[in-house]
Design a protein around this ligand. Structure first.
Ligand code: DGY
Length: 334
């Protein structure tokens, strides 16, 4: 019997072809955003899915799709997938770590710099034809990045790659807070020093968020945390919407509690809190942290490798490269 898989969003044709070589493929060439009912309908009779952060895979969906054996998510984050519910039903989950680390760190650093140096505001100023007078000495004067204190909340692979850019490339003093402290060797390699969350908030000139979203990181940055930051500080979120309380952030930016923010992710995206849209001291981008052609291809390719292997085909049959719940694989061997 030929197995069937669903590809929920449009992807690179040459990479998707590898799925066609093994499976019946139901795909989404027009890149329509499917609602939960459409996703459930399309998943009927499928053994695997190449899913994205916009696809909610929860217990109710799994129960409605009992043939499903593998959820291969494109992205390092997988908070759209109820992993516990998948594990309980013997459904393997995979993600795409490593291949996007450096690209996402580049973007996080770029967004932090754009925020600190007011690049969004000044670009709009020139484009709108408002630049009519030269020599205004303090025009769009921002705050320095080199030599400043970089604070990182969440010190996984991407956090460490941002830390290296700050310490080695820009002579920054780098401090971080994380659930668990890095080894001394990893701290030395990142040039970063562990501090508690209060110190991080108090001392960072530029705070970058790179922690995974979970119930415990929901609104990790809200009104109280923002009040503890420097009024000159910037906040950059490349992690997930929901980690920052966007309404509280908009109020803080309006009140001058902090100087500026750079946001690539939003609560309820693609909707952006209307109060943020009206502010000039926030740089807004549409969740593109890992979006270089090379990296998006690498993510798609790794997902396809995972899906083929998870369904027992290809050279890595039964051994997908990056499982999130490898205990499902172990149970399959028993
Ligand atoms: C990730 O890899 O988690 C990115 O945010 C893309 O969804």
């Amino acid at each position: 019997m030929t197995l069937s898989v669903l590809v929920t969003r449009a992807t690179f044709a040459d990479i998707a072809q590898r799925l066609h070589d093994h499976f019946d493929v139901d795909d989404n060439p027009d890149d329509a955003l499917w609602d939960p009912d459409e996703l459930k309908r399309r998943l009927q009779g499928k053994q695997g899915v190449m899913s994205h952060g916009s696809d909610r895979i929860d217990a109710a969906l799994l129960d409605a799709c009992p043939t499903l054996k593998a959820v291969c998510n494109v992205g390092v984050g997988y908070n759209n997938v109820d992993v516990e519910a998948c594990t309980a039903r013997g459904v393997l989950v995979t993600n795409t770590p490593d291949v996007l680390t450096e690209t996402t760190a580049d973007f996080g650093f770029a967004l932090m710099m754009a925020t600190a140096r007011r690049i969004g505001e000044s670009e709009r100023f020139v484009r709108q034809g408002d630049w009519t007078k030269t020599g205004i000495f303090d025009m769009f004067a921002g705050s320095d990045v080199h030599g400043a204190t970089l604070g990182i909340l969440g010190m996984g692979r991407i956090g460490r790659a941002i830390a290296r850019r700050g310490s080695l490339g820009f002579g920054m003093r780098v401090i971080y807070h994380n659930r668990s402290r890095l080894t001394a060797e990893a701290e030395a390699e990142s040039g970063a020093r562990y501090v508690d969350k209060s110190t991080l908030l108090r001392e960072a000139d530029h705070l970058v968020l790179v922690l995974p979203y979970s119930a415990s990181s929901h609104h990790a940055i809200g009104a109280e945390e923002l009040k503890r930051m420097k009024p000159t500080a910037t906040l950059t979120n490349i992690a997930r919407g929901g980690i920052v309380d966007d309404a509280a952030l908009a109020s803080a930016l309006r009140a001058g509690t902090i100087a500026a923010a750079g946001l690539d992710v939003f609560e309820g995206e693609p909707r952006v809190h209307p109060a943020l849209l009206g502010l000039s001291n926030v740089v807004l981008t549409p969740h593109i942290g890992s979006a270089s052609i090379q990296t998006r291809r690498a993510m798609a390719s790794l997902t396809v490798d995972n899906l083929i292997a998870a369904l027992g085909a290809g050279p890595q049959a039964g051994q997908p490269p990056t499982p999130v719940n490898p205990e499902v694989l172990a149970a399959r061997l028993r």
